[in-house]
Ligand binder design. Structure first.
Ligand code: NAP
Length: 363
């Protein structure tokens, strides 16, 4: 893989901070631009982020004094300075959609953490271990946008990054039919810490706006197929979800109940999980976990605090697989919501698209 100059749009936010900590140590991606709202533009990064810095490490020296640019006023300038941008902003959906298209039309590829373009039919929504081949839609998107380099690729919502990876590899042989999932989601998923959201200490809130719909609908695009110039979402499996906010800082847990077309044995399921490898493992991408799906035999694992950082927060932890009285099986799984579920998943997706030649190095 060549070296690439990158920008982080939404650099002062929770996901933006994660991007910065991951990119500061990245072997091939080098931060050239940090951008945020006009409130932060013109300030040194350390001043703009101020007390919002929520990472356990210090702000990397390489970005502390960088002057933050305006995500919306400096689109053309930023696009000439970088090979591509990562985007994670808190704005209205239609504004995000328009902003991402402006970058793409300025010939700057966008790797997005936002939900605004997830259902645009020619925008691939990729978990690189599962549906990496959806990148083949990019030429059709470029044709629509009238671009040569520019395009938008997105990663899916953080809630489903634990249970979809566990289910997807089982589908080919056994046909995943019905899935009931309850998610227990960390507060960083709302861009918050216990300092900024004290109501969450000793509390559970049984509602996360829009999350249940995303958890049920987005997997169908991951399961979808390219037909002509669009990705057509699958009509199956059936997903039903309840999403709760729980007092964990990072790490989304999911309790899953699943029914198959053809019921596998417990041993068959564990074997598929243990042996599963995707494109990132085969291509040896820098951020790929060596073992993507990790099954724990202990009754009390995985635990949010103990397993969320497995393989730099890029691996999925699974446990408690057992027969169910109504479905075939039930199990729990865990993924780090701002690493695998957000910034880390974005970096891995960018690595895939660079490795496959969809993003070239201009400099
Ligand atoms: N947190 C997660 O686990 C997670 C997971 C997956 C996806 N996401 C998605 O990622 C995105 C960002 O989430 P977050 O948790 O990082 O949010 P956040 O902490 O609230 O950060 C929001 C970022 O957006 C910037 N921003 C706000 N208004 C803007 C404007 N008008 N123009 C340009 N930039 C603007 C902010 O800049 P200022 O500091 O200058 O205001 C900040 O950099 C959201 O779409 C979210 O749904 C989050």
């Amino acid at each position: 893989m060549k070296d690439y100059k990158v920008g982080v749009i939404g650099a002062t936010g929770m996901v933006g901070q994660r991007f910065i900590t991951l990119l500061a140590g990245h072997p091939k991606f080098h931060i050239e631009v940090l951008a945020a709202s006009p409130r932060s533009a013109g300030k040194k990064y350390s001043e703009a982020v101020g007390k919002k810095w929520a990472m356990s490490c210090d702000i990397p020296d390489s970005v502390k004094d960088m002057i933050v640019m305006s995500a919306s006023d400096d689109v053309e300038k930023i696009s000439t300075m970088v090979d591509f941008v990562f985007c994670a902003v808190d704005m209205k959906k239609d504004e995000i959609k328009a902003l991402e298209e402006r970058y793409a039309k300025a010939e700057c590829p966008v790797i997005s953490n936002n939900s605004a373009n997830r259902h645009t039919p020619d925008v691939p929504m990729i978990i690189p271990e599962l549906n990496y081949d959806h990148a083949k839609i990019i030429p059709a998107q470029r044709k629509r946008l009238g671009t040569e380099r520019g395009f938008i690729a997105v990663k899916s919502n953080c809630s489903l990054q634990s249970y979809v990876p566990a289910l997807y590899p089982l589908d080919k042989e056994f046909g995943v039919k019905d899935v009931l999932v309850c998610t227990y989601q960390a507060i960083s998923g709302a861009g918050k810490t216990f300092e900024t959201w004290p109501e969450m200490v000793d509390n559970v809130i049984p509602f996360i706006g829009g999350e249940e719909e995303k958890s049920e609908i987005e997997p169908l695009k991951i399961w979808g197929k390219i037909e002509g110039d669009v990705i057509v979402p699958s009509k199956r499996p059936n997903f039903t979800a309840q999403c709760l906010r729980v007092p964990a800082s990072d790490g989304h847990m999911a309790a899953v109940f699943v029914r198959f077309e053809k019921k596998p044995s417990i041993e068959q399921i564990k074997k598929i999980w243990a042996e599963f490898k995707g494109y990132p493992q085969e291509a040896g991408l820098p951020s790929a976990p060596k073992q993507f799906l990790n099954y724990f035999e202990e009754d009390n694992l995985p635990q949010t605090k103990l397993q969320r950082n497995l393989e730099n927060g890029m691996a999925i932890s699974i446990g408690r697989l057992r027969e169910d009285t109504q479905y075939d099986y039930k199990f729990v799984c865990l993924s780090h919501n701002t690493l695998r579920g957000a910034a880390g998943g974005g970096v891995l997706l960018a690595e895939q698209l660079c490795e496959q030649g969809y993003i070239d190095s201009k400099f």
